[in-house]
Design a protein around this ligand. Structure first.
Ligand code: RB5
Length: 149
C-alpha cells in the first residue's frame, strides 16, 4: 500500500517509528518531512500530504504533531480530505468503516508508540462500509461545495 506521511517537530520521533514499522510490513512510504526536530509550522506539512492523498497518489496519509489536532485541522481544509484524530484503536476502526477517513492524525504527546502503531495497523486495514455512511460522506462533500469559490 502507498502511504504518505508527515509531521511537525512535535511528531518527529513518532513519524520515524511509524515509517520503520510500515516499511517492515512491506508498505511504500513517502516521507513529506519535517526532517529535523527544529520548530516548523504544521500547515506547511499538512498541505502537501493532503493534496497528494486527495489526488489519489497515495491510499492513505498519516500526519503527526504534538496533539494531532493542528495538523488535522489543516488537512481537513483540503476538499476531499477526511482526516481523523485517533488515540484508540476503536476510533481508528470506526472512522474507516463509517467516515471513510483518508488521513489518520496522531499526537506524539498523547499516545505512546506501541499504541500508535496498533492504531496505524487498524486504520490502514479497516474497510469503509458504504451503504448509509455513503449518504453522509456525500453530505460532507456538499458542505465543501457550498463554501468553495
Ligand atoms: C507544536 O508545539 C504544537 O503546537 C503542534 O505540534 C501541535 O500540537 C498543534 O496542534
Amino acid at each position: 500500500m502507498k502511504i504518505a506521511i508527515g509531521c511537525d517537530h512535535g511528531g518527529f520521533e513518532l513519524k520515524q517509528e511509524i515509517i520503520s514499522f510500515l516499511k517492515s510490513e512491506g508498505h511504500e512510504v513517502k516521507d513529506f518531512g519535517t526532517d529535523t526536530k527544529d520548530s516548523c509550522d504544521y500547515p506547511d506539512i499538512a498541505l502537501p500530504v493532503a493534496e497528494a492523498v486527495t489526488a489519489k497518489e497515495y491510499r492513505f496519509g498519516i500526519l503527526i504533531c504534538g496533539t494531532g489536532i493542528g495538523i488535522g485541522i489543516s488537512a481537513n481544509k483540503v476538499p476531499g480530505i477526511r482526516a481523523a484524530l485517533c488515540s484508540d484503536t476503536f476510533s481508528a476502526h470506526a472512522t474507516r468503516q463509517h467516515n471513510d477517513a483518508n488521513i489518520l492524525t496522531l499526537g506524539q504527546r498523547v499516545v505512546g508508540s506501541g499504541l500508535a502503531l496498533d492504531i496505524v495497523k487498524t486504520f490502514i486495514s479497516a474497510e469503509f462500509e458504504g451503504d448509509r455512511h455513503l449518504k453522509r460522506i456525500n453530505k460532507i462533500s456538499e458542505i465543501e461545495k457550498k463554501y468553495s469559490k
